[in-house]
Design a protein around this ligand. Structure first.
Ligand code: NAP
Length: 277
């Protein structure tokens, strides 16, 4: 039987996952389909039953279901369990459902692809403490990044992640702006700069150190106001597109046992999102 996969979320129209996975199936001559499904919070239970009944081999989970999906799954991967959030569901050979979270590892992979690993023991500033930030903080810790500070509008949310990690420290956005010269790598993980958003920057980058690496996980627009300001200050910038493509590629590998071509996908999506950095 032809395999099929899906992404469930609300809203879902904006998702680039169907385009990406369908292109990989074609490129790798895999007889499979991937469809976007609009699933509201009220319909999650019905949707999971339908996905199982209709034989989906796996699916991605996006806002607002990343935590709500957990009670419907039989098993969680260690990182997903730690994060309390799932973005990938695999139907195992036994027919059970296993949840993974590929966002954080996807980010680390894209960062290291862009700038290598020489900065691994340098001071890192993570800005934001929402769901994506949580995944990235845990994945960075798991991959050996030890010197992590988390800044957030609501410091208590940053502190909660730090407490769970057992290392690092939590600071306010104002303190982060004042201490910017202390950090070698900055990762912008709030919803600032989103094409649909109303706020553009978590803080000013005037005090950014020369030679800093600045990443943003927002990828639409590709060049967020934060990255534009960092580039103007001479920083090496990393857009959020690599994270998006790698989180999808890791999900693809969980489903099909093969890693797709991420480089050509980044080029294709870059063109759709308005070209080069
Ligand atoms: P979330 O859970 O809603 O967290 C939002 C974060 O932004 C929180 O830290 C929040 O601070 C902060 N924030 C929101 N409005 C703010 C404001 N006006 N001033 C200062 N801080 C503000 O969202 P998420 O799921 O973590 O996603 C964050 C972003 O990452 C989204 O834009 C999403 O598109 C992007 N993302 C990208 C990828 C990718 O593959 N590249 C994957 C996942 C997510 P408080 O804690 O104070 O509320």
């Amino acid at each position: 039987m032809k395999k099929w996969f899906a992404v469930i979320g609300d809203p879902i129209e904006h998702s680039k996952s169907p385009t990406m996975h369908t292109a990989w199936f074609e490129e790798m001559a895999i007889d499979a389909a991937y469809i976007p499904l609009h699933v509201s919070a009220d319909n999650l239970a019905t949707a999971v039953t339908a996905l199982k009944t209709l034989g989906a081999s796996g699916w991605n989970v996006t806002i607002p279901h990343k935590t709500a999906i957990i009670p419907f799954l039989d098993e969680l991967d260690e990182l997903a369990e730690k994060m309390g959030a799932v973005n990938t569901v695999v139907r195992t050979a036994m027919g059970t459902l296993k949840g993974y979270n590929t966002d954080g590892v996807g980010f680390v992979r894209s960062l290291e692809e862009a700038v290598g690993t020489a900065h691994k023991d340098k001071p890192i500033l993570l800005i934001g403490a929402g769901g994506a930030a949580r995944g990235i903080a845990f994945a960075m810790q798991q991959q050996g990044y030890m010197n992590i500070t988390i800044a957030n509008r609501t410091v208590a949310n940053a502190q909660a992640i730090v407490d769970e990690m057992g290392v690092g420290c939590a600071i306010s956005l104002t303190e982060a702006e004042e201490r910017l010269a202390d950090f070698a790598v900055l990762v912008q993980m709030t919803s600032a700069g989103l094409a649909t958003g109303s706020f553009a920057m978590p803080f000013s980058l005037e005090r950014l150190t020369k030679g800093a690496i600045v990443a943003d996980i927002v990828y639409n627009p590709l060049m967020t106001p934060f990255l534009q300001a960092a580039k103007a200050q001479g920083a090496t910038i990393v857009t959020g597109l690599g994270m998006f493509v790698h989180q999808g590629a890791i999900a693809f590998e969980h489903w099909l046992g093969r890693y797709p071509n991420t480089n050509s996908m980044i080029v294709q999506l870059q063109a759709q999102l308005g070209g080069q950095e």
